[in-house]
Design a protein around this ligand. Structure first.
Ligand SMILES: Cc1cc2nc3c(=O)[nH]c(=O)nc-3n(C[C@H](O)[C@H](O)[C@H](O)COP(=O)(O)OP(=O)(O)OC[C@H]3O[C@@H](n4cnc5c(N)ncnc54)[C@H](O)[C@@H]3O)c2cc1C
Length: 181
């Protein structure tokens, strides 16, 4: 399928109609496939959140390098207060996300059931990364819109993160349900 980003990751639709699986090839118990899949959702959401965190960190570093190099009106754009506030806010959000995810990763590795917190992380961190991609692109000015810039590629790639691995709306449904609503 032709996508707006993530070109190196092949994406295709798979359809299984009247597929027969020989008994010798059965994994686990018959009829329990979806439960096995559900059992790994916590891990998938955690991986997706950590992926978004790394992309956000890369985008911020790329942008910090750029604003120090790029000059406008005789000074680096990093000297403008708006640029500094943008960077400071993004660095703060990134630190909050990293602290949360480090805690969740440790708890997951200890075998804790943290599906509600992982759903919170999945929607919040991927949404943060998506917002950050637009903010970082803005700080690149017109160059950010050029295909050759790293930030343009990140902007396109990060857009899928709030959609896949369970859309962010579904994460919020799940959180609300687990809160007893
Ligand atoms: C690049 C890419 C890779 C993917 N890789 C995989 C993969 O490896 N394996 C896999 O199984 N799937 C994969 N997917 C599919 C992905 O999981 C789905 O696209 C995603 O779950 C959303 O489903 P949908 O596209 O049918 O959107 P829809 O269900 O049509 O949703 C459209 C919008 O409606 C919202 N919505 C839907 N239902 C509700 C609801 N009940 N309440 C509130 N809002 C709702 C959604 O959140 C979304 O905003 C991939 C998708 C992409 C784009």
């Amino acid at each position: 399928m032709k996508k707006m980003g993530a070109y190196s990751q092949d994406t295709a639709e798979l359809t299984f109609e009247d597929a027969r699986v020989p008994v010798a090839n059965l994994l686990g118990e018959e009829g329990k496939g979806f439960y096995y899949l559900m059992d790994k959702l916590q891990q998938e959401r955690l991986m997706c959140s950590n992926g978004a965190l790394v992309v956000a960190q890369e985008m911020l570093q790329t942008t910090m390098n750029y604003v120090k190099e790029r000059h406008a009106f005789g000074q680096p754009i990093s000297s403008f207060q708006n640029t500094q506030f943008e960077i400071a806010e993004m660095a703060t959000e990134l630190t909050v996300a990293r602290t949360f995810l480090d805690d969740l990763s440790t708890r997951h590795m200890n075998g804790e059931a943290i599906v509600t917190e992982v759903s919170m992380a999945k929607w919040w961190v991927t949404d943060m990364a998506r917002r950050m991609s637009a903010r970082c692109l803005q700080l690149h000015g017109g160059y950010g819109y050029m295909e050759e810039s790293d930030i343009a590629r990140r902007y396109r790639e990060v857009a899928v993160m709030p959609i896949y691995a369970g859309s962010n709306e579904i994460m919020k449904n799940s959180i609300a349900r687990n809160l007893g609503l």
